[in-house]
Design a protein around this ligand. Sequence first.
Ligand code: FAD
Length: 415
Amino acid sequence: MAASIHLAREGLRVLCIEADPQETDPVGESLDWSAPGLLEAFDLSMDRLIRDGIATYKRHVILKLRSGAQQDYTPGKWLAEPPFNVELRTIHVDRTLLNRALLEVFLAAGVKLLRDKVVTAKQDRRRIIAVETEGGLEIQSRWYIDASGSAASLFPRLFGLPAFEYGPRKIAMWDYFAVSESIEGTTLNADCEGSHYMSWVWQIPISPNTLSVGYVATGATIKQKRRKGMKSPEIFAEQLQSYSGLRNLLQSPHQISPRTTSFVCKVHAKTSGPNWLVIGESAAMVDPMTSNGVTAALRHAEEASRLIVRSRNREQLPWLSRTLYARRVMDMANFFNDGIEKAIYDWPIRNRIGPLAAGDVYTIPAWSINNIYSRVQPDGVITTFLFTFVLSRLRASLSLFHWFCKRTQPAGAAS
Ligand SMILES: Cc1cc2nc3c(=O)[nH]c(=O)nc-3n(C[C@H](O)[C@H](O)[C@H](O)COP(=O)(O)OP(=O)(O)OC[C@H]3O[C@@H](n4cnc5c(N)ncnc54)[C@H](O)[C@@H]3O)c2cc1C
């Protein structure tokens, strides 16, 4: 929807093909600090979203451990002062309401919506000639954007694009609870003390009286529980029971029946062609714990449409610009995924410096890079090169630290 709006507002005729009219279980509720600025482009300012009951303020992230230890991660107050002038608040959103508000903007911009599913594309080498739908239509256009999400990853599959995977397949199960009051922050309850891969439970107040609660664990962990005969509601309830701050939710009259999805954090390379671009999770799926998915999708939409608008009188997208686009998409997603995997999910750094300090090892570079990206908006050769260079140095330093922590663990620490 975001890409369609950008393009239509620039005078292009846009057809958006959407396979799921029901919008089944939208996720992406805790937004990072760069998302509100990107939503403003659609007249969905933070103030309006709060006023219309679509969002709540997010002022910090709280990491809570099973042992009861906890830490607040809050952007420093000095960032709000000149010359930085950073907005210290971001938002949690009710995704159903946000999607509805975005749909209004989308229809007002004159985008045509087709409820159908793209099944394949006709190609002439790397060029797309037409897409074919389940409903039997063949649709031809000058430009194509694939925003089909991580489960479909339509163009990456069609073109067999190279991919990097981070961590094992994970399962997320989540549900909504009525609460009498909520805090203005996202709480992450993490099972991360010890030498094991982390699982965690999110608490996101999507409205002052509605709490989204979600459990994320590896597919293997969930499979083991299912083998013991546990069904999704029991697995979910077991997690609520195991964190002192969540136990009271079990008393609510609401019958637990979590939505479930599975995902692998996968980043594609070469996500652009002569007349097509891939955006959002179809291009790169970042781990939900980073809270970067919505920002990345909105950023890709903005950058991809800008590229098409600039090339509207050409035969194809300029090679250099589309290559730089694909590079930025890949390097940012690799940076976020690598950071969260090595500093938080995996055990060596956590065990060495403690989980709460490991939170800083991830948060400080990730939040800074995100903020700088929003400011600099790398686009040309020099800014993209400088950005990707900094990202690769940060990743290399983290890999070295991870390796060092693993090597210097006391004997028997690893399981
Ligand atoms: C469990 C979980 C929790 C998350 N939490 C957060 C969070 O707290 N914060 C955050 O920022 N991000 C989060 N994310 C990520 C966030 O949800 C996504 O990054 C964001 O919604 C953008 O996704 P997208 O638009 O690229 O893809 P999607 O939202 O998956 O949309 C893809 C669309 O394409 C349609 N489609 C698919 N195939 C076809 C086809 N063949 N033809 C036509 N249409 C098709 C689908 O119906 C769908 O509407 C989370 C993700 C998961 C899995």
